[in-house]
Design a protein around this ligand. Structure first.
Ligand SMILES: Nc1ncnc2c1ncn2[C@@H]1O[C@H](COP(=O)(O)OP(=O)(O)OP(=O)(O)O)[C@@H](O)[C@H]1O
Ligand SMILES: [Mg+2]
Length: 238
């Protein structure tokens, strides 16, 4: 998939003025590429990620998703490329379905369901719209890949920070999405766990997914195809 944001912005009323969390921005994410987004706290990183991820509508502009029929490099193949989907022209139900079908999202902070086991948390996105008979096997394979297979029956409160992040990535990958969004997936981790998380995200990009990572960690640059810097709502290539 190629995801293109055209002139997107997001403002909020603050006092008597409009505050621009995101100034007018163009950005493209493509299959096979890992894009890293850095910047100070409050600079608008999550706002941009959420707009691309179909979680928060922009004040202006649009987000277009172009399917690429599995082309690993994200190029549009053939003469009959399907029409792009304009995310925010979809209604809430359609957009929710689109996210479930095409996106994996690792939100900022803790997002596990406390009452569900690791296995159940990972399978959750695969139970919303579909009944995939292979779901337990897919979850098992992902847990093995993330090194948390022995924790399948544990509950989120029993996990370390690194295990929790890897569980969140497994959950985001359960529907085999074309785009993976990860918002601060390595915050508060030690160096080894941090490197593990970035290596996994790099591998996922190498398998043909588009990956967007918001992170404060400078070492993330070593894994990225491109690095953007966000400064007071303004995006630039670093
Ligand atoms: N719903 C909202 N209403 C008003 N202001 C908001 C809203 N959401 C975000 N903001 C403001 O927009 C700015 C950008 O927020 P955002 O969450 O995108 O920052 P961030 O770069 O992800 O920060 P952090 O690194 O701390 O996660 C902040 O000043 C925030 O207060
Ligand atoms: Mg944020």
């Amino acid at each position: 998939m190629i995801l293109t944001a055209e002139k997107i912005s997001r403002s909020f009323p603050r006092g008597s003025r409009e505050f621009y969390a995101l100034q007018e921005t163009d950005i493209t994410l493509a299959g096979g590429r890992m894009t890293v987004l850095q910047g100070r706290s409050g600079s608008g990183k999550t706002t941009l990620l959420n707009i691309l991820a179909g979680l928060q509508s922009p004040s202006s502009g649009r987000v277009l998703a172009q399917m690429t029929r599995g082309a690993e490099d994200g190029s549009v193949q053939g003469e009959m490329a399907p029409a792009a989907t304009d995310l925010y022209s979809l209604d809430d139900k359609e957009l929710s379905r689109f996210r479930n079908d095409h996106y994996g999202i690792v939100p900022q902070g803790q997002s596990a369901v406390a009452a569900l086991s690791v296995l159940e948390n990972i399978m959750l996105p695969g139970t919303v719209y579909s009944q995939d008979v292979n779901l337990p096997e897919k979850a098992q394979a992902l847990m093995e890949r993330m090194g948390i297979a022995d924790l399948k029956n544990a509950f989120p409160k029993e996990l370390s920070g690194g295990e929790m992040r890897r569980m969140s990535i497994a959950r985001a990958m359960i529907r085999d999405p074309q785009v993976l969004f990860a918002d601060e997936p390595a915050s508060d981790l030690d160096d080894e766990n941090r490197d593990t998380v970035f290596s996994i995200l790099r591998e996922i990009a190498d398998e043909g997914k588009a990956v967007l990572v918001v992170t404060h960690e400078r070492c993330a640059r070593n894994y990225a195809d491109e690095v953007y810097q966000m400064d007071a709502g303004a995006l630039r290539l670093a």
